[in-house]
Structures are given as structure tokens and as C-alpha cells.
Write a protein that binds this ligand. Structure first.
Ligand code: ADP
Ligand code: MG
Length: 590
């Protein structure tokens, strides 16, 4: 075997010479301890290797050998419920072998080699198949039927295929191809930096329903769309990501955590298995793959983690599922990129980030989409990608936020002032946006409730007007406003407090169906119409604002999903009470 030699070690970056046998992006073994690394640059016979493990004990002269393949993930049953590190090593297994800290050179396969899975074929011997075709299924968890796919690019006639109990490496079928027979197993490998092929991209105009009012109503994300959640420390990025993991109407969740605080990933690892999937009552882990970069892991593994995550997400998309990939926080990923770039002595760009920061981010988010999957049958899959961004000091002009905003279609801007005022989720309604609104409005209007598009528009306009009116109040005071304008301010306040504020930790408020959201917003917005009518009749605004029914409006968000019709009853009560005020007014003047 050909062997190169270490010439220099600089943190996670190792230079090795006599590497002409290897290729760019090959995975290599470094030293007798077999540390895992990846060639990220080749100059002549000198390879720059990013090493995914602690390098402090390495020195010049130690051997480096190429494994002759790029950094890849294993795709097959056993992914769901797993917790991996950035290069897909199973955290629990590694911990069992090596203790709490991932020691070096530990080779534990990503997918369990012992565990047997019950494979039920849907194809039979003699069938012609191509990459992406479903060979059969494995019930991976109560929530997920794992569809065993012919690996992309393969093509041929099935010589044999047999149901039964298999490990991920045992042969389930033999495929006769142009290049000879291929043994198919429950798993296959795929290089993480290469997008998995698709047949066709489709328009993302179906909402990914999250149950979060501020998101679904005002700044919705499409299934197959991209979104980012920038915000300063403590503004609620992680809570938003957890809410999305918990409530989004998707089949599979891939959560990539690059924690900001040392113990944050430990929290995720402990908390996720405790979360319940509201649809099945099972643990949320039964449809979740977790990738965690704890603080004791080298930066290079963090760089790899989002590719590992999105490749696994693409694989479930290829089965025809809707998948969401959440990355918290992509800033930590970008910092890993910056550190590697610095060690490579590349020309630094803005704030030390490499010039290719934007293109790397774009390559990542481009892998999201609503697609026709490969294979001979007609199958749609969606992959939605959502990244938290942690701009230092909350300054959105910094490079990672700016590069992300150029790519993603939805921006949920978290605001420290709102978080400080305990307005959660602290999504700023004036600066946030969604470029999916047109498609999604049409879809929701047609499929759920035709009031949606108008209500959304009116409520958002009112919030914008509130900002302008507040300017006037600052100059001349509230009392100088007309009653009509005061009513606008009161209604806007109600939109903020009774509608947008949503407590993630309140059992009845954590999730709101689209139907409930629309009823609720209709109620909140009906106040301005009904009150305006009363003002026409000469009723004082003060009297309207003092109506006890306003408390019911404020509490309407806690209505049970099974009792949504009660929300409309509050509106009826409001109309009655206001009619009463009008009658009193008329009798006084009679
Ligand atoms: P970040 O990840 O931006 O640093 P976190 O997501 O950890 O911030 O949120 C900080 C704290 O804010 C949470 O621990 C919680 O107390 C509060 N919080 C954030 N979002 C919500 C919400 N939607 N409902 C209730 N509390 C929230
Ligand atoms: Mg956080």
C-alpha cells in the first residue's frame, strides 16, 4: 500500500507529502492510530488534510494512507432514532467503547451491524429496476416505514430478491447489470458533499405547517423551502428550532446541533428523547435523526456535520417523504470553515471568512427542494432546510447573516428588544419576510380557509400602520390621535399580544392548527370592524375598550383544538355587547 508522511500539524489541519496516490476529497487514515481525515487541498504531492479528531499527539513522519473514497454516509435502516457526530459516528456506541470523550481512531460503523430488520419485498425476481426504485420496506420505527431504494445510478434486472430478516450488510437481492452482478443490501453509501440526484424540481407552494402563528400566518415556509432564523444570544433561536422539530407536519426530522453553550448539545441529547410526537404520541425520536457536535469535538467534524445531515435528509426525501433539516447554529459551522481556511493560509475575506463562504452556503441550501424523486414510479419528496444564525452582538450586517439572506427565501428575524419584553416568539413582524407568501396564500385559501390571504394582509398592514402611528404618538402624544387611530393602535396591540405572542411551553398554546389560527385572527380583526361601526354611531372608544368580552378575546388562543367553533362565539358576543352600547347611545340622545 502506498503511504504518505506527515510533514506539519496545525490544529485540525495536517500536511502530508508523497500523497500522489490519493485524490482530492479522499478520506485518509493518519498515523498508527488511524485518525480520520479528509483531503481538502492538493498541491503537487502535498495534501492538506482536515482531521476529524484531536491531533495534539501527532508529529512529522507519521504515515498517511488514502482509503480511496470520499467522505460518505451509510444510508439504511437504523438511521432514525440515532444520534451521530459530524461524520456519522454513533455517539452512544462510541461512548460505550471509549467513554464520554470521543477518543481517537475509534472505528465504529454508523449503522448497527448486528441488528436484524424484517424486509418485505415489493419487487420480484425478473423485474427491471433503476436507481430510486423501491425494492421493499422495513418498518424501522412505529412512525417510519423505511423504503429500501435501488442506489442512484444503478440499473438492471433483479436476479433474485428474498424477504426475511437481515442485517444492513446481508444480501437481500442480486441485480444483473451491464457491468456484472451487483449484490444489494439494506444500506448503501453516498458521498456527503455530492447532492443526491433528482428527476425534477417542483414549485414549493405547499406550506410546511408549523403550528406557530407568527410563522404560518405571516411568514410561512414552503415544504421544500429554505429559511433562516438569525438572532442574538437568548432571543429564542433554539426554541424556534425545537418547536419546528416538534410540530412541523413532516415525516422525518434531521436536527443538526452545533451548540453555542457547552452544555447545550447535552441538553438536546437528553431532551429530544423526552419530547412526544404530537401526531403519534410516540417519542419524537421515532422520526428523528440527531447529529450533534458537542463542544469537546474538533472543529473539522462540525464543518462536515451539515453535509452529513443534509445527505441523510435527501435520502429520506428520495423515499417520497417530507423532511425538514434544522441546523442550529449555522454560524458555528461557518466559524469552523473560517478556522480551516485560516490554517490553509487562504486569502481572508470579510471578517476572516473565506471568499467561498457564500458559495458553500448556497451549495448547502440548494439541496433543499420539493422534487420528483428518481425511480420509475411517480413520487414527490420534500426537503426543507432551516438554519439558525447567531450574528455576534445581533449585528445582521455580519458576513454569515448577509450571505445566508442572499440565498434563503424566508427570514425570521429575532429581536432582542422583543425577547427582553418577553414577547415570544421574538420574530420581528416589520423586518421578517417570506417569499413563499403568494403560492402559499393561494394554497391555504383553496385548501383550508378562503379568508386567509386577506386576513393576513390586513393584519400585517395594521402592524405597519402601528409603527407609523407610534412615531406620531412620540411627537404629539396618544391623546392627540383621533379615536379611529387610537382604535388602530388598540387592535394592533391585540394582534401582537392576543395573536402573535405564543408560549412554546404552554400546553394549549404551543401549537395552533391553521384552522384555529384563521379563526383567531378573524376574531382579533373583527374587533376593529365592529368597533368602527360603533364609533360611526357615536359610541365613545373608551366604552368599547372597557368591554369585558375583550378578556375573552385575549384568552381565545387557549381554546382547545377540538372546540375551535367557540372562537366564533366570542365574536358573536362582541357584536351583541357593541349593539348594546349603540342602543344606550341612541337612547341617551333620543
Ligand atoms: P437562543 O438560542 O437564541 O440563544 P433560546 O432559544 O435558548 O435562545 O431562548 C432563550 C430563552 O427564551 C428560552 O430559554 C425561553 O425561556 C425563552 N423563549 C424563547 N422562545 C420562547 C417561546 N416561544 N415561548 C416561551 N419562551 C421562549
Ligand atoms: Mg441557541
Amino acid at each position: 500500500m502506498e503511504v504518505g508522511r506527515v510533514v506539519k500539524v496545525s490544529g485540525p489541519l495536517v500536511l502530508a507529502k508523497e500523497m500522489d496516490h490519493a485524490r482530492l476529497y479522499d478520506v485518509v487514515s493518519v498515523s498508527e492510530q488511524n485518525l480520520i481525515g479528509e483531503i481538502i487541498e492538493m498541491r503537487g504531492d502535498v495534501a492538506s488534510i482536515q482531521v476529524y479528531e484531536e491531533t495534539s499527539m501527532l508529529g512529522p513522519g507519521e504515515p498517511v494512507t488514502s482509503r480511496g473514497e470520499p467522505l460518505s454516509v451509510e444510508l439504511g435502516p437504523g438511521l432514525i432514532e440515532s444520534m451521530f457526530d459530524g461524520i456519522q459516528r454513533p455517539l452512544e456506541k462510541v461512548r460505550a467503547v471509549a467513554g464520554d470523550f470521543i477518543t481517537r481512531g475509534i472505528a465504529v460503523p454508523a449503522l448497527d451491524r448486528e441488528r436484524k430488520w424484517e424486509f418485505v419485498p415489493t419487487k420480484k425476481a425478473g423485474d427491471e429496476v433503476i436507481g430510486g426504485d423501491i425494492l421493499g420496506t422495513v418498518q424501522e420505527t412505529p412512525s417510519i416505514e423505511h423504503r429500501i431504494l435501488v442506489p442512484p445510478k444503478m440499473k438492471g434486472k433483479l436476479k433474485s430478491i428474498t424477504g426475511g430478516s437481515y442485517t444492513v450488510t446481508e444480501v437481500i437481492a442480486v441485480l444483473e447489470t451491464d457491468k456484472g452482478d451487483e449484490n444489494l443490501t439494506l444500506m448503501h453509501k453516498w458521498p456527503v458533499r455530492v447532492q443526491r440526484p433528482i428527476k425534477q424540481k417542483l414549485n414549493p407552494d405547499i406550506p410546511m405547517i408549523t403550528g406557530q402563528r407568527s410563522i404560518d400566518t405571516f411568514f410561512p415556509v414552503a415544504k421544500g423551502g429554505t429559511a433562516c432564523v438569525p438572532g442574538p444570544f437568548g432571543s429564542g433561536k433554539t426554541v424556534v428550532q425545537h418547536q419546528l422539530a416538534k410540530w412541523s407536519d413532516v415525516d422525518v426530522v434531521v436536527y443538526v446541533g452545533c451548540g453555542e453553550r457547552g452544555n447545550e448539545m447535552t441538553d438536546v441529547l437528553n431532551e429530544f428523547p423526552e419530547l412526544k410526537d404530537p401526531r403519534t404520541g410516540e417519542s419524537l425520536m421515532k422520526r428523528t435523526v440527531l447529529i450533534a457536535n458537542t463542544s469537546n469535538m474538533p472543529v473539522a467534524a462540525r464543518e462536515a456535520s451539515i453535509y452529513t445531515g443534509i445527505t441523510i435528509a435527501e435520502y429520506f426525501r428520495d423515499m417520497g417523504y417530507s423532511v425538514v433539516m434544522l441546523a442550529d447554529s449555522s454560524s458555528r459551522w461557518a466559524e469552523a470553515l473560517r478556522e480551516m481556511s485560516g490554517r490553509l493560509e487562504e486569502m481572508p475575506g470579510d471578517e476572516g471568512y473565506p471568499a467561498y463562504l457564500g458559495s458553500r452556503l448556497a451549495e448547502f441550501y440548494e439541496r433543499a427542494g420539493r422534487v420528483k424523486t428518481i425511480g420509475s414510479d411517480d413520487r414527490d419528496g420534500t426537503l426543507t432546510a432551516i438554519g439558525a444564525v447567531s450574528p455576534p452582538g445581533g449585528d445582521l450586517s455580519e458576513p454569515v447573516t448577509q450571505a445566508t439572506l442572499r440565498i434563503v427565501k424566508v427570514f425570521w428575524g429575532l429581536d432582542s428588544a422583543l425577547a427582553y419584553a418577553r414577547h415570544f416568539p421574538a420574530i420581528n413582524w416589520l423586518s421578517s419576510y417570506s417569499n413563499y407568501v403568494d403560492g402559499i396564500s393561494a394554497w391555504v385559501n383553496a385548501n383550508i380557509d378562503e379568508r386567509y390571504g386577506d386576513l393576513r394582509q390586513r393584519a400585517l398592514s395594521l402592524l405597519q400602520e402601528e409603527a407609523n402611528l407610534n412615531e406620531i404618538v412620540r411627537l404629539v402624544g396618544y391623546d392627540a390621535l383621533s379615536e379611529r387611530d387610537q382604535l388602530k393602535l388598540e387592535t394592533a396591540k391585540s394582534i401582537r399580544e392576543d395573536y402573535l405572542q405564543q408560549d412554546s411551553f404552554h400546553e394549549l398554546d404551543s401549537y395552533a392548527s391553521t384552522k384555529k389560527q384563521i379563526e383567531l385572527l378573524d376574531l382579533v380583526m373583527s374587533f376593529i370592524d365592529i368597533a368602527n361601526h360603533a364609533l360611526d354611531e357615536g359610541v365613545y372608544l373608551k366604552k368599547i375598550l372597557a368591554l369585558p368580552v375583550r378578556d375573552s378575546i385575549a384568552r381565545a388562543k387557549y381554546t382547545l383544538e377540538t372546540e375551535i367553533s367557540k372562537i366564533a362565539d366570542i365574536r358573536v358576543q362582541l357584536e351583541k355587547d357593541v349593539e348594546e352600547l349603540i342602543k344606550q347611545e341612541v337612547s341617551v340622545h333620543a
